[in-house]
Design a protein around this ligand. Sequence first.
Ligand code: ZN
Length: 435
Amino acid sequence: MKEFYHPKIELMDREDLEKLQGSRLKDRVKRVYERSKFYRDKFDRAGIKPEDIKSLKDITKLPFTHKDEIRKAQEKYGKFGGLTCADPKDWRELHPSSGTTGRPVGTLWTERDIENITDFTARLMWAQGVRPGDVIQNGFSYGLWVAGLAVHYAAHKLGCFLIPMGATSSDRQIEMFQQWGSDVFFATPSFAMYILEKMKAKGIGPDDIHLRIGSFGGEAGAEVESTRRKLEEGLGIDAYDIYGLAEIGPTMAAECEAKAGLHWTEDHHLVEIVDPETGEPLKEGEEGVLVITHLTREGTPLIRYWTNDKAILIKEKCECGRTHARSPGGILGRADDMVIYKGAKFYPSQVENVVRAFDKAGDEFLIRLEKDARGLDICTVVVELLDKSAKREILEQELKGRLKSALNVTPEVEFVEPGTLKRTEFKAKRVIDNR
Ligand SMILES: [Zn+2]
């Protein structure tokens, strides 16, 4: 059986890969300038002509694209905001963003886009060990959210047997694990943790199901050390991270079997890490904002899209042999989710890692921010207390101490009864800011 899905692409010399990216970039810039009213106006304002982009390094001449701009363009130019480069006869699917932080942004896939998405998703699934004949239980949400369909199409292409469950009913998911002997499971990490909790309550362990691989996306989690350990041990699987975002597309990066960070599909997506303040490119390995350029997208291609997600990027060849760049640790956090408390900055995933390694508390948590009577900020980490035998004050001190060493600041700790915090089939909301 072949080891790589597309060896020619996945093992390509970086020099050749960057040449390919350069020529695709040139082509994309020309195409958006000719066909997208949004980009023609934007490049004209910035004094950029397609001829100015001769190779990959010219990317920094191009302005960033922000979500707010696209929203405004949709109001001004209607429908896709003058973004689309495809003829209406080639339009196939509409995938707007969820609109949790404002009016949804309309994203469009053509037939060719669907082919590409299917192909690189299949490639990433193969890198996680998915093989023809595997039973795939897809617990990603179907419909407008992009990940469900991407995995669905890719499972067909790989020759797998698919159970298109969607993000519904934890009980039914467990029944399906047992009844059909599912090999591979896709879900958000929060949903997988919820299912795991239900399994434990029913007395179902990893030996009672057949799962071998778990691929978790939609939020950070699989690369949070203590979460990964719990999912792997509880479900008897290898757990991998997979990443996408509505405006750019689904499942465009994923961990390989080496679990050494998200591998980007760099032949389709040009990935940069830039300084959040200045927008200047950062050195390899430095943490900054993830900026992505579509290299092959036809429907609604984006150039230098400012994702607001934080990550690092490493171009060193992975131990699996693949040359495509990686982001170890996955998405470190969304710029919007960063908690600033008493001068310290941290992401919910750092709290998650501490809480899930603390076995006297449950796996769910909430970070609550508020003002006290004097107007000072208070940050409280709310967790469910499982161990009732030890003194609350002692456990509180212990958890506070662990949080302090992870976050460089000491939040308050509040214990609540098991089952109090909300479980989810989709993405968890971890921060409540009442300030
Ligand atoms: Zn690898």
